[in-house]
Design a protein around this ligand. Structure first.
Ligand SMILES: Cc1ncc(COP(=O)(O)O)c(C=O)c1O
Length: 421
């Protein structure tokens, strides 16, 4: 239900009082500005540190200190199974079965590894479709992959671009592009949400169109995981990868995660680049020849569990388990909707909200394009203890993450803009 919003501090306060998730912000450390917590709208870039993280890291340091190699089996959280402590919570968030999700490496590395499994060019079918303006790391991954197979990127990569003069993609243009290239498409690889515009794509329909065209559908969920609940399994998505340091609050360079649909994860013949950690546990320590993959997404694990890269995620997903991704999404829709409503009240500055207006086509982030003054507004926010992110030319991305942002925070952002000269 759309609330009748009001552009007053007292309205924002009443929304906070009614918010059943309001106390979750106490579970995070906030950087300080002039002795007070900052207002943090940068969770789309790097999430805040959960207060439970230092103790969680100390617990693993203690296991290492006191048990050394014994920590693999006898620590408080035996390291041998470390991935399994976080993947079920992630599977819930992305709508997957537990055995379809694992954590390992980092995002771009995982995109490469999954493309090694899923990009199988043959004959005329060798093209990869992406959204124009995809995150550069994905562009580089695909560019270098097709070159590795001997194709020219200009020939093998199809980019779907916004219409002339527009900034967002139309779903019908994506679907018709897939259809138009049905004979030559091997893989459709999209960001689940574009990092710059905040546009959330319809992954179910893109997947269906890709499958109808005889292609594989994969997604980079960096900006979606922990932000918007997904149903990857039911949508029949083939593969996905995401990082854990944005909305998932696992800290800089935190472990990445992958989803592989069970029709591939459960099939040990699915090609992959392997290492011992993806081998069946029963035979892993026999140190014998012959890779026997686990019949799950963990069969893509290559190296020993990265305990210190995963421990913060373990602490963080415990918070998500308590808050619930559906409740977070419900709050997020209201909070971002309130931000949008407030921005629409401003008449003293000229800007455009690039991000789609419909809740189903966006998450927590609004990208604001300021024709002039973008940089100055960004600096003004920072000098008032509000952390937002600035991207040339003139875009401020504001992401009120529902775990630790409030309606009063959003109101404060508006109040500064209202008084901006
Ligand atoms: C959409 C998207 N893809 C890929 C990356 C790169 O991730 P990593 O540096 O963990 O490989 C990022 C990083 O912010 C991103 O936002």
């Amino acid at each position: 239900m759309k609330k009748a919003f009001e552009a007053t501090a007292s309205f924002a306060q009443s929304m906070d009082e009614a918010d059943e998730l309001k106390n979750f912000k106490n579970e995070f450390f906030f950087p300080q500005h002039q002795g007070k917590d900052v207002i943090y709208f940068c969770g789309n870039s790097l999430g805040l540190q959960p207060r439970s993280v230092p103790a969680a890291i100390e617990a693993e340091l203690k296991s290492w200190r006191e048990l050394a190699v014994g920590g693999y089996f006898n620590g408080a959280n035996p390291w041998l199974y470390y991935q399994d402590y976080v993947s079920p919570s992630l599977a819930t968030m992305v709508g997957a079965n537990n055995h379809e999700v694992t954590v390992m490496n980092t995002l771009t590395v995982n995109v490469h590894l999954l493309l090694q499994s899923f990009y199988k060019p043959s004959g005329k079918r060798f093209k990869i479709m992406m959204e124009a303006g995809a995150f550069p790391s994905d562009q580089y991954a695909v560019e270098t992959l097709v070159k590795q197979f001997g194709y020219a990127p200009e020939e093998a990569i199809i980019e779907v671009a916004p219409r002339n003069g527009e900034k967002l993609l139309h779903l019908e243009d994506i679907l018709s592009s897939i259809h138009a290239h049905a004979d030559s498409l091997a893989v459709v690889l999209f960001g689940g949400m574009n990092y710059y515009t905040g546009q959330l794509f319809n992954m179910q329909q893109i997947t269906k169109a890709a499958h109808d065209a005889g292609a594989i559908a994969g997604f980079d969920l960096a900006h979606v995981a922990g932000n918007v609940p997904l149903h990857l399994h039911n949508w029949d998505v083939d593969f996905a990868a995401w990082c854990s340091y944005k909305y998932l609050n696992a800290g800089p360079g935190g472990v990445g995660a992958i989803y592989v649909h069970e029709r591939y994860a459960g099939n040990t013949d699915t090609p992959r680049l392997a290492g011992w950690w993806g081998n069946e546990e029963k035979t892993r320590f026999k140190m014998e020849k012959g890779f026997i993959p686990k019949a799950s997404a963990s069969g893509w694990n290559i190296s020993t569990a990265q305990v210190f890269n995963t421990v913060s995620l373990k602490a963080s997903v415990a918070i998500f388990d308590k808050a619930g991704i559906d409740r977070l999404r419900a709050k997020s829709i209201l909070l971002t909707g309130y931000l949008e409503f407030l921005l629409q009240q401003l008449d003293n500055i000229s800007f455009e909200i690039i991000t789609p207006a419909q809740a189903e086509e966006r998450g927590a982030q609004l990208s604001l394009y300021f024709k002039t003054d973008g940089r100055r507004i960004h600096d003004e926010m920072h000098s008032n203890g509000i952390i937002v992110d600035y991207r040339e030319p003139g875009v401020i991305r504001v992401a009120p993450a529902p775990l630790y942002c409030s309606f009063a925070d959003v109101y404060r952002f508006y109040d500064i803009l209202k008084n901006f000269k």
